[in-house]
Design a protein around this ligand. Sequence first.
Ligand SMILES: [Fe+2]
Length: 179
Amino acid sequence: MALPQEIKPLNSELMDTLVQAGKMEWTPQPFDPERSFVKVLWTGAESGSWAVLLKWKKGFVAPPHKHLSASHTFILSGKLQVRDGVLNAGDYVYEPNGMLHGATTALEDTEYLFICNGAVLFFDGDKFTSYLSWEELRRAEAKAKARGKSAKAKPAAKAATAPKAKPKTAAKGRARAAA
Ligand SMILES: [Fe+2]
């Protein structure tokens, strides 16, 4: 029996996104690469929305900020000092577009899911310091990947400067390096 109306998507390029976060590396965040890490789960280039997992080491302090869009937070583990309250594992927070927030401190090593509909603007005293949107997240991820690749490439580069072996052995070495 046919449905009472057509529900087939007009956009034939629609696609679900599945991310196995457990298999991803944590990317250090530029403002505190020792204590703040992110896994980018999804970014919407057209909507500007993004979904990330954040890991903050105990003692990390996120600076004051203004939400330029609404966001959803779900604490997976740890403890965050947020203004006059403490967020614990299992807590959910909705932050509306326009909210002005003071610093947030990780009281313990903390992991949380953060889904945001746009940018967050950070400030310090009377000056803006930076903003975070899906583009900054993807740029940081690309830089971290490039650094990882260059670090992995170093041993191969050393091998290239090693004393020359017999022609047959050298040919084998090149073949392995290219694989
Ligand atoms: Fe906030």
